[in-house]
Design a protein around this ligand. Structure first.
Ligand SMILES: [Fe+2]
Length: 186
């Protein structure tokens, strides 16, 4: 299932999303092992991490790649990628679809699309959220430069209990060298 969608992304020239998703899956795997997930949970996590932004296929590329500040309407459209991804994947796999739906929820309930908080957010979505943020902060974006590794760790720490499950942030600190090396190897 996964490969078919990833090739679709590449075919649609959304290469940066496909590459980002590959790195998110690597980071999520490191976090998942530190959190002692089972082998079957790690497989689910890998698949959901690789597909987490699949719904961006349905968002206008002009909005995705806009180098300037987004309008409220444009931001609302980008946020829909969670629901688009859910709708695309749910006929094939409910579990993966629900993880995709919740990857932008935040620990304090300020995320989207449903404003879930704490342990109401599926556990593996909380792992993907941290992996996703790490890769996003460590990458140049059209509207800003990448952060340094120490700035990235500071942000994770500042946002524990706000954006992120503190337990997942702890795991990121425990295996920070492995994550940094994985990003450098890419
Ligand atoms: Fe996303």
């Amino acid at each position: 299932m996964m490969n078919e969608y990833i090739s679709e992304m590449v075919a649609q020239e959304d290469k940066s999303t496909a590459e980002h998703s590959g790195r998110v899956a690597k980071i999520a795997d490191i976090l998942g092992r530190a959190l002692r997930l089972s082998e079957s949970e790690l497989l689910t996590l890998d698949e959901a991490a690789k597909l987490h932004d699949i719904g961006k296929i349905k968002v206008d590329v002009k909005i995705l790649q806009k180098p300037a500040r987004l309008t409220d309407e444009e931001f609302a459209e980008i946020k829909k990628h969670t629901v688009y991804g859910f709708t695309m994947i749910s006929p094939k796999d409910d579990m993966i679809a629900s993880l995709i739906l919740s990857h932008h929820e935040r620990w304090d309930g300020s995320g989207y699309p449903n404003g879930l908080s704490g342990c109401n957010i599926p556990y593996l979505s909380r792992v993907i959220a941290v992996a996703d943020s790490i890769d996003a902060m460590m990458s140049d974006r059209c509207y800003r430069k990448a952060l340094s590794w120490s700035q990235c760790l500071d942000e994770l720490d500042k946002n524990r209990n706000k954006m992120y499950d503190p337990k997942v942030v702890d795991a990121a600190f425990v295996c920070q060298a492995m994550i940094f090396n994985a990003l450098c190897a890419d």
